[in-house]
Design a protein around this ligand. Structure first.
Ligand code: GLN
Length: 533
């Protein structure tokens, strides 16, 4: 097993996750079995309880782990299968160490960061490597060099490399090389200082990924090489992608990153075949047609909050040779000013998931607009709950219909909490999470879209459709087209008298890949295109 550690310097948000995932793409296409892992220095056990403003999207894995959104990049950019062990936080490390201490595993000893915390980190790295049976483990360390929180992770890596040897493990440092306008120059000093910080703790990166707005000229490359003690050919330029993040692997390939890494790790592999990836990128950059899709959410000003949804739309669009103009609409604006002003002219409406009642009335208005104007509609998780409330209120005449999440005393709880969830007091990791099976109704639109009668989809929610309202709703043309195998939980709904109106309780956006779009997204775009004609 070979190991690549990805660290970040100078500032956060440099796209370390993207760099790690892109390297994964390149190595996988050289025939290697690649696994990715993220170490996060914060003390939360997982990001599941964090607000999207703090953390962006929470990405859900098949096993129900609530993880960092970089794991979404890993799954979209490679074929690796991730589980909860692939995202380790300081919170988890300390939780484990403290449980061992209470059990008496360290009896007689003082429990310390070195060796107990660092041992735990090293164990997790080794374990993930072993379990995966892969050739290469790429481990991304969250945070920025110099953060106090990140130190135990960096120290663990130092020890780890010492143990496995430098032929088997390297460090790739992602750094910023800023362009100073007044001087008209790229500056290498911040990078030098961040490398100096790493050297202080005994770490020397072998590869530098330089995020920059300007091309690195030879002189800058030589300076970086000299002062950072990295061979010239391991100074890699990573400019901003021009159109799409999927260009990143191609750009890094042009800079020779994969060849450099293979040389350093003494891996003899064929050149990567990226032809399908290139084709996909080409379709994203220059599609034959375009379509306008509105996304009505409450975190639309945050780029990262609906990341997997935006990516899924892009994948689905590309499969139709169609670019997606995403119209991001704040649900609260619709709440205040009505749907018509914001949604008129869009070819499709998507209502994403969410928690809490802010913006819900706006989402209901948007859903009503899509239903009445016969605009293709895709509702995801909360989006399905909203579609249920909207239909109950305006078609079934249950004016007070609501979810007990928003109005615990509502006269018509069409969305409600299940008995077993009522007992739950812990907020962390206690929802209906991860992959569950859905049985699709034969002859339904969903059945047609999937082309089969079963689907495995990822979940993250607490509330459910209330079966007490099933008959009343179905009478009016509401179709329950997917349920749990035992028929008790509603997974998918659609409307009889509408060209394309589908909503699901699960999150299809966690299973879409560039050249394998999710069937629901693909069919939604297809319906939107038909709507435009
Ligand atoms: N808040 C809703 C629930 O918990 C929907 C969750 C979601 O959209 N992910 O059931």
């Amino acid at each position: 097993m070979k190991y690549i550690f990805v660290t970040g310097g100078v500032v956060s948000s440099l796209g370390k996750g993207l760099a790690a995932a892109s390297l994964g793409t390149l190595l996988e296409r050289r025939g290697l079995k690649v696994v990715l892992q993220k170490l996060d220095p914060y003390l939360n056990v997982d990001p599941g309880t964090m607000n999207p403003f703090q953390h962006g999207e929470v990405y859900v894995l098949a096993d129900g782990a609530e993880t960092d959104l970089d794991l979404g990049h890993y799954e979209r950019f490679t074929n690796c299968v991730l589980t909860r062990s692939n995202n380790l936080t300081s919170g988890q490390v300390y939780e484990t160490v403290l449980a061992k201490e209470r059990r008496g595993d360290y009896l007689g000893k003082t429990v310390q960061v070195i060796p107990h915390v660092t041992d735990e980190i090293k164990n997790r790295i080794r374990e993930v490597g072993k379990q995966s049976g892969g050739d290469i483990l790429i481990t991304e360390i969250g945070g920025t060099t110099g953060d106090i929180e990140g130190l135990p992770f960096l120290e663990a890596i130092r020890q780890f490399i010492l143990e496995v040897g430098s032929d088997n493990a390297i460090i790739m440092h992602v750094t910023l090389v800023p362009f100073i306008k007044a001087a008209g120059e790229l500056k290498t000093k911040p990078t030098q200082q961040s490398i100096a910080k790493l050297r202080e703790i005994g770490i020397q990166p072998q590869v530098l990924i330089c995020r920059t707005e300007m091309p690195l000229d030879q002189e800058v490359r030589e300076k970086l090489s000299l002062f950072c003690n990295v061979p010239l050919n391991a100074v890699v330029e990573a400019g901003d992608v021009e159109h799409t993040i999927y260009e990143a692997p191609l750009n890094l390939r042009d800079e020779g990153l994969d060849a450099t890494v293979c040389r350093l790790l003494r891996l003899d592999t064929p050149e990567p075949d990226l032809s399908d990836w290139k084709k996909f990128v080409q379709r994203v950059i220059a599609p034959k047609k375009r379509v306008r899709i509105a996304i009505v959410g409450k975190y639309i000003e945050l780029q990262d909050a609906y990341k997997s949804i935006y990516e899924s739309l892009t994948h689905a669009g590309a499969s139709h040779d169609c670019g997606i103009d995403m119209v991001l609409v704040d649900a609260e604006d619709i709440e205040a000013e009505g749907a018509d002003k914001y949604l008129r002219g869009v070819a499709g409406v998507l209502v994403p998931g969410g928690f809490g009642d802010r913006g819900v009335e706006g989402k209901i208005k948007a859903t009503r607009y899509a239903r009445e104007s016969r605009t293709p509609f895709l509702g995801l998780c909360l989006g399905m709950q909203v579609a249920t409330i909207e239909f109950a209120r305006h078609v079934c005449g249950l004016a007070e219909a609501d979810s007990t999440e928003f109005d615990p005393g509502t006269a018509h709880p069409v969305i409600t909490i299940l008995e077993d969830q009522k007992e739950v007091t812990d907020k962390g990791g206690s929802m209906r999470l991860g992959t569950w099976q859905t049985r699709l109704l034969e002859g339904s639109l969903a059945h047609h879209v999937y082309g089969r009668t079963e689907a495995l989809e990822r979940h993250r929610h607490r509330y459910e459709f209330n079966m007490a309202y099933r008959a009343a709703m179905e009478d009016k043309g509401f179709v329950i087209s997917g349920t749990s195998p035992d028929g008790t939980l509603v997974e998918l709904i659609e409307l009889k008298n509408h060209p394309w109106f589908v909503a699901c309780q699960f999150h299809p956006e966690f299973q879409s890949k560039p050249n394998a779009p999710h069937p629901l997204f693909r069919a939604f775009i297809s319906a939107a295109l038909a709507n435009e004609e």
